[in-house]
Design a protein around this ligand. Structure first.
Ligand code: GLN
Length: 248
């Protein structure tokens, strides 16, 4: 029997637009695949040992919450997070949590907030927020041979730019994505997946959910081979219906 331990980092501060739904999706699909999960909440002041977990999740938060977290993440959890990333730990980071992984965030009113610098990216705020539905084409190839289109909802002032050592999660078909100009959305580095998509991201995108579970299981168990197939008709229909409405 396989087990996965999931960590929700700063659940009281980073959980915009029901981002916790990503954890529920991970748990539910794991259960359907016959895999046990536990979820541990870790917040400001809590001890954080990344080796206790197989998947680490950070949701979105506004500038205000990010500033509250900054001291704790930089002083208490910095090294653990960076080492875990380099050691191929699986992370999912949404919006504010995504920005937090980068080097800094220059807010729209000129404040420069130093962030972790765990990933080669940085964020600059703009006065006009990027709000609305987002559809992007990912590198995941579906059974029919087409790239998986992912749908979500974005609301951010920050424009994120990727450095050389990091690739985007997808190409924007509708909406703004990372910065509204280069046409890319999200970021992938080793086993760290970042996206601006709330919504939440995973329930409507089961292929991505299973990908994260698979990565985590492969890291933990040498005898793990692959997840079985589930019937995703409902999830795929939900996603496709929304995408068709947005792209029409
Ligand atoms: N504070 C960030 C911004 O506005 C993140 C917002 C969010 O997580 N929704 O850019």
């Amino acid at each position: 029997m396989f087990d996965l331990n999931i960590c929700h980092l700063y659940p009281d501060l980073l959980n915009t637009y029901g981002d916790r739904g990503n954890i529920l999706a991970l748990q539910k699909r794991a259960q359907w695949h016959g895999i046990n999960t536990t979820v541990q909440n870790v917040t400001i002041g809590d001890n954080f040992d990344a080796s206790d977990y197989d998947i680490i999740f950070l949701g979105g938060g506004q500038d205000y919450e990010q500033e509250i977290i900054q001291k704790d993440v930089l002083e208490q959890k910095n090294t653990e997070i960076k080492n875990a990333i380099e050691n191929m730990k699986v992370f999912l980071c949404i919006c504010g949590g995504y920005q937090l992984m980068g080097k800094y965030y220059k807010t729209w009113d000129g404040k420069e907030i130093e962030f972790l610098g765990a990933l080669d990216l940085w964020t600059v705020g703009g006065k006009e927020r990027m709000i609305g539905n987002i559809v992007f084409e990912s590198n995941f190839i579906m059974e029919n041979g087409n790239p998986l289109k992912i749908v979500g909802f974005e609301n951010h002032s920050g424009r994120t730019y990727l450095g050389e050592n990091i690739r985007p999660l997808g190409k924007v078909l509708f909406g703004n994505g990372n910065n509204g100009t280069d046409g890319y959305e999200g970021a992938v580095y080793k086993n760290v997946y970042c996206s601006y998509s709330h919504g939440s991201l995973l329930p409507k995108n089961p292929m991505l959910t299973d990908h994260l579970l698979t990565l985590a299981l492969k890291q933990k168990y040498t005898d793990f081979d692959a997840l079985g197939k589930l019937d995703d008709t409902f999830e795929n229909e939900a996603r496709n219906t929304v995408i068709q409405r947005i792209l029409k």
